[in-house]
Each structure stands twice: as C-alpha cells, then as structure tokens.
Design a protein around this ligand. Structure first.
Ligand SMILES: NC(=O)C1=CN([C@@H]2O[C@H](COP(=O)(O)OP(=O)(O)OC[C@H]3O[C@@H](n4cnc5c(N)ncnc54)[C@H](O)[C@@H]3O)[C@@H](O)[C@H]2O)C=CC1
Ligand SMILES: O=C(O)C(=O)COP(=O)(O)O
Length: 547
C-alpha cells in the first residue's frame, strides 16, 4: 500500500498553494473546508487524521470532544489561542505550529503600523484621494521616531526583530517580558524593565508581541490607558486583541489620553460594524495582516504541511506545542534508546500485577540522559496501555492521563550507572499502591539493538522482542526441565532463554527464566505452569519483533 493511503487531512483555513502541493505529492488525501462553524467543525473532525488551521478556525473543546481518528493539528502560524490545548493534550492530539516562519513579516508589519501612525499615512492618503480642494499639509504633521523611546512588550522572536530594526532607526528601545531574566538583551542595547507601570512612564511608542490568553489580557487596561501612559503615546498591537482593552482604548483616544493606535488584531474578527475603534481618532486598523505576505504565507503553509506529513508517516514531531519537548527523530546513535524505553516499559507492564503509584525512570551515561522526558513518556505509554487500551494513550496525553490517575512520573539522571553495569543505562521502575514494585534495566549495544540487563535484581543479557515469558521459580533441580517439557507438550517452540539466580536476605535462592517463544503461549499453558510446585510467578508479554 502506498505511504499515506487511507489518511485524510482537513484544511480548515486558507493555506498557500505551495503547502497543498506537498500534500498532493505525499499521497495523503485532503479536503479544504473554510469557514466551518463550531458544530460543523465538530462534525467533520472525527473523519480526519489531521487538521491544518490558521487563526480563523476555532478548534474548541467541543470540536475535539469526539476526535475520532484526529491525531494532529497544525497551526500554519504562531498563535495557538484558537486551539483548546488542554483538550487536545488530554485527547492525545499533537498540536504544532510554525513558530519562526512568519517572524520577519510580522515584525515588518508592526514597524509599518508604527510609521503609518507616526506619519498619519492612511489619513493623508485618503485626504489626497478626496480631491485637490482641501489640500492640507499642516493637518497631517507627524512625529519623528528617531530619538523616541520604543517599549517592546514580549521580547521573543517578533519582539526582538522589531527591536533590532527600531534601533537601526535610532530609537531607544526598552523591553518588558517577565519571562526574560536578563537585565538587558541584544548585546545590552535593549534594557529590560521589570515594572510595567515604570516601563509605561518611559516610552513614546509601545508595541506588543506576546501570545494571547489570560496571562496577557488587558496588559494595557483602562486604568493604565487613562492614568499611566504618556499622552503622546502611540500604541501598536500586532499580537492579539485582548492584550489592549479595545473599548477603553477608543475612549482614551477620544479623550486624548493617548495620541494614537495602530491595531491589527481584535477580540472579534472580523470586527463588528459598531466596534468603537472604527470611529476612534488617530487610529489605524488592518484586518490581521501581520503574517499576510507572500513569503510568510508560503513558509507557514509549507512548514505546516511538511510537519503534518512527517508526523502521519513516521511519527516525527516537529514544532510541537503540547508534547513536553519530546523528540522522536533522534540521531542514529540515540534513536535505539527510544525503542529500549518502550520495550522496557512493556516488559515491566507485563510483570506488574496491579496498578501504579509511581513510574520512575533512571538514566545514566551520555546519550540517554539527553532525552529523559521522551524516554519516560515512551515507557509510561507502554505501562498504561494494558490499563487504558491500545489507542487511548500516546506520548502526547500520557503525562495528563498519569496525573489525572494520581500516578507520579519521575525522571532521574544518575551520575553513574548502577553497580556492575557500564555505559548508557535506562532503568524503569514501577511502584504499585500496595507495595508491589518491579524494575527493568537495559542498554543499547554497538549493534544498535536494545538489551535487557536486569529484571528486578536478576542479571541477564537479552534482546527484548517478540513473545516473552518470564518465570520465577525456587532454585532447585528439575525446574528447567519442567518448563521445557510444558512448552514442548503445548507445541510452543522456545527460541531463546536466559536463567538468572538471586539470593534473598535470608540466603534463599530463586531463579528467573526469561524465555522467548516462536508462537504466543496460550492461557492454558501459562496456568498449568503456574500450578507447578516451585513455580512462583509466570508472566507473558508480547513485544514487537526485532525490526
Ligand atoms: N498579527 C499577526 O498576524 C501575528 C501575530 N502574532 C502574535 O505574536 C505573538 C508573538 O509571536 P513570537 O514573537 O513568535 O512568539 P515568542 O514566543 O517568540 O515571543 C513571545 C514573548 O512574549 C513573552 N511574554 C509572555 N507573556 C508575557 C507577558 N505577560 N508580558 C510580557 N511578555 C510576555 C514571552 O516570554 C516571549 O518572550 C504570537 O503569540 C501571536 O499571538 C504572530 C504572528 C502573526
Ligand atoms: O501566526 C499568528 O499567530 C497570526 O496571528 C497569524 O494569523 P493568520 O494565520 O494570518 O490568521
């Protein structure tokens, strides 16, 4: 079957053709359905493996309530405030964006707004076009930006790009961003101010480059607009509508509490006909055009489509917003640790009788510790699968599902491998609520294949793969024979086997037999083994084949 066959993508906002071409080439079928209302989008969602949106489609909790086969949503752009992230994460849907693809265009748009505002370009343009009779220059006298102080709110990708260009225009730039700890940024050229009101007191122009949402709502509130801003302040909002109190802004402009505003983004888009900013003085408005250039639209479309294709075809995660920083497309010498973690997790799940209180990953060495979160999530997915079902848990929702069940996920970087072992060791331990506890330790050899080196305290060296049966028995003569004969009688061929012995504190020896079989042992065989005197535990686990 060709790659991509059977998969379907919903393109729910307008997307540049370059990305759509990539979808066609990938063989994954797609439908373009723009302007769907919440109910319509909710009805369409379960039929698609992936969705691509910009800011128009609202992917609410309701839309994802019954996500069907939806696995991934790509935002062709930056802001993901139109996607209900907690629901996406809980449902195991990867959300990704194209973070840097539109940075330059959006920064240029903010600068264009700033200059339009300072020099009254839109009004002057309309004036000239209105005819020669009232030709006036004095009415359109503007403000020079060189020498003025620009305050950049949000010193991320777009904020810094705006700052560098404003510095080139000989503006003084200061920044406000509570998530930047440095005293200054950009080689000391942008001083960071901690207190927002003190920041407002220093600036002639303010430009916003923050994400939307509760954390940034009404940063420029009514109180600040009326009582904290300098009356000559020019306001640029190319971020999100809620960042500035739109209604208070219209009043502040009318009452000359601030000098002007240029706004690209609104609480409600399209803006309603009675929106107060439409009639506010010295106010320049654009219809969410920050990223609307040929270059940015091509880039976001291509990146979003490439990322969707990569995730659907190979599980590769690019530009993830809700995957806790995990990475599955690792270099060849690190990639086998992902398989190791999954198989260690699956083996451990097979050993446990009950549920879990804590799942702990311990890693040592140089390669595995680079990917602790990824390895922990992969192991935890396998541990939770038998409890939640095959399709219910994945690397996106595993942390949420564990937390919602009161299971702690812990990752520990050990300075040195456990005694007797060397190199990159990945160990996973599960502790149950009733004192049950098991652990499995493994590594990856130079052949790139995972090895299990310990189950509990039993030492071994085995590739975890295929049908595996783990048997714990009293260490006494004849036990291997009993097991061998039982498998033989059941016509189950033993492909490989390791035996390991351990002594408990009282000096009593027990042995572990880890057996790989060519076919799956049935319940009757396992039950008959369990019933044998001297056999303490029999567990069967089906792992993927070696490949
Ligand atoms: N008008 C348009 O068409 C476009 C608008 N945007 C908007 O611009 C935003 C920023 O984009 P990037 O610079 O790429 O994101 P970014 O993530 O690189 O930067 C955002 C910055 O905001 C800071 N921040 C967060 N909360 C803050 C707060 N309460 N006060 C001050 N700073 C805060 C963060 O620490 C970060 O440094 C996007 O989230 C999106 O909402 C992005 C692209 C196009
Ligand atoms: O990328 C962003 O965050 C934007 O705001 C751009 O929105 P758009 O894709 O043009 O609807």
């Amino acid at each position: 079957m060709p790659q991509g066959a059977g998969l379907k993508i919903l393109v729910a906002d307008e997307l540049a053709k370059e990305g759509l071409e990539l979808l066609k080439e990938s063989g994954i079928s797609f439908d373009v359905k723009i302007g769907l209302k919440e109910d319509q989008l909710a009805a369409e969602t379960p039929n698609y493996d992936a969705m691509i949106v910009r800011s128009g489609a609202k992917v609410t909790a309701k839309v994802m309530e019954n996500p069907g086969k939806l696995k991934v949503i790509a935002r062709a752009g930056v802001g993901v405030d139109n996607i209900h992230l907690p629901t996406a994460t809980a449902k195991g849907i990867l959300v990704l964006n194209t973070a840097a693809a539109s940075t330059l265009s959006t920064a240029e748009h903010a600068l264009a707004l700033m200059m339009s505002l300072a020099r009254k370009i839109p009004a002057a343009d309309a004036h000239v076009k209105s005819g020669p009779e009232k030709w006036s220059k004095a009415k359109y006298q503007g403000t020079q930006l060189a020498g003025k102080t620009l305050g950049v709110v949000g010193m991320g990708r777009i904020g810094q790009t705006v700052a560098s260009r404003a510095i080139a225009m000989e503006m003084t730039v200061i920044g406000f961003d509570p998530f930047v700890q440095a005293e200054s940024l950009m080689d000391g050229k942008v001083k960071m101010v901690r207190d927002f009101d003190q920041f407002l007191a220093q600036i002639d122009v303010i430009t916003f480059h923050v994400p939307g949402g509760e954390g940034t709502k009404h940063l420029l509130s009514r109180d600040r607009l009326f009582n904290k801003c300098k009356p000559n302040l020019l306001i640029v909002n190319d971020a999100r509508g809620e960042v500035v109190d739109e209604f208070a802004l219209a009043e502040a402009l009318a009452e000359k509490k601030v000098a002007g505003a240029a706004i690209d983004v609104f609480i409600k888009e399209p803006t309603p006909a009675d929106h107060p900013l439409l009639k506010a003085p010295n106010c320049v408005l654009t219809p969410h055009l920050g990223a609307q250039t040929d270059e940015a639209q091509t880039a976001v479309s291509v990146e979003a489509c490439k990322a969707i294709i990569a995730y659907l075809n190979s599980g590769e995660i690019r530009g993830a917003v809700n995957a806790g920083g995990i990475k599955l497309d690792l270099p060849p010498d690190e990639l086998p640790f992902t398989k190791l973690a999954s198989r260690v997790g699956a083996l451990l799940a097979g050993l446990m009788d009950g549920g879990y209180k804590t799942i702990t990953l311990r890693v040592s060495g140089t390669k595995a510790p680079k990917h602790m979160n990824t390895l922990l999530r992969l192991a935890a997915v396998e541990l939770l699968k038998p409890h939640l079902g095959e399709g219910a848990v994945n690397v996106i929702n595993v942390e949420h599902l564990a937390r919602s069940r009161g299971i702690d996920l812990v990752a520990i970087h050990e300075e040195a491998p456990p005694a007797g072992l060397v190199g990159d060791i990945v160990g996973v331990r599960a502790d149950g609520p009733n004192g049950e506890s098991h652990r499995v330790l493994g590594t990856v050899y130079a052949d790139g294949l995972p090895r299990v080196l310990r189950i509990d305290n039993y030492a071994m060296d085995m590739i975890p793969e295929g049908n595996m049966v783990v048997i714990q028995n009293d260490d006494m003569p004849g036990m291997i024979g009993i097991v061998g004969t039982s498998f033989g009688d059941a016509k189950v061929n033993i492909a490989d086997m390791v035996i390991s012995r351990e002594y408990d504190k009282a000096g009593k020896a027990t042995a572990f037999q880890v057996i790989k079989t060519d076919s799956s042992p049935d319940a009757k065989l396992l039950e008959s083994l369990k019933a044998r005197p001297g056999i303490l535990k029999v567990k069967s686990v089906a792992l993927p084949a070696r490949g």
